[in-house]
Design a protein around this ligand. Structure first.
Ligand SMILES: [Zn+2]
Length: 199
């Protein structure tokens, strides 16, 4: 049996993970309807680089990732491949992570947010970002309507639904269990996300 590093990300929080090229990463939603935001950073290159959802949309010519698709960096380097999707999806690549300003607009100052949880997780790893990249929002049910509207509906991911990714180079990953609890995004409640990393 391969060794598996298993981490439970508490509701409304985030964690960072170092992975090596070839590692497999499973992002699991144990209770269902919980969005998991993913960022990936190249920290061993000539300059800090990261997963870019806009480059990924451009290079894959898709708005939403499917099995076999890769996720690309700001320089167009493949960082991760989606190798298995044991969820009904969809997986968003259009939205920013939830952030303090979104919560302030909703009348919820000092609310936890995925952006703040990203920054905290990176601080622990000794990294300061010049800007906040947009994440891949796994299990986020926000497909565009035919008229172009972008409504976020409750996730349809069932308990235990997961995605599996392969690292295409050494990376620092950050995964957050999305903090939205005033809107149906996460099924009206925030729950944990589990990350399993294996060789
Ligand atoms: Zn969030």
């Amino acid at each position: 049996m391969p060794e598996v590093r298993r981490t439970v990300i508490a509701p409304q929080s985030g964690e960072s993970f170092s992975v090596r090229r070839g590692d497999m990463i499973r992002i699991i939603d144990p209770q269902g309807q919980q969005v998991a935001d993913l960022w990936a950073f190249v920290i061993d290159g000539p300059a800090l680089d990261w997963l870019s959802t806009s480059q990924t949309r451009d290079i894959t010519e898709k708005m939403f990732p499917k099995v076999g698709d890769r996720f690309y960096s700001t320089r167009g380097e493949p960082l991760l491949t989606l190798v298995e999707d044991a969820s009904p999806g969809p997986h968003d690549m259009l939205f920013p992570a939830c952030n303090r300003w979104l919560y302030e607009r909703a009348g919820l100052p000092d609310h936890p947010s995925c952006q703040d949880n990203l920054v905290k997780a990176l601080e622990k790893a000794g990294i300061t970002l010049p800007a906040i990249p947009d994440p891949v929002d796994f299990f986020q049910n926000s497909l565009p309507a035919p008229d172009g509207r972008l409504d976020v509906h409750a996730s349809i991911n069932p308990p235990g639904g997961y995605v599996a990714l392969r690292a295409e180079r050494d990376l620092l990953l950050v995964v957050t269990a999305c903090s939205v609890d005033f809107h149906p995004t996460n099924g009206d409640r925030c729950t944990e996300v589990v990350v399993e990393i294996s060789k």
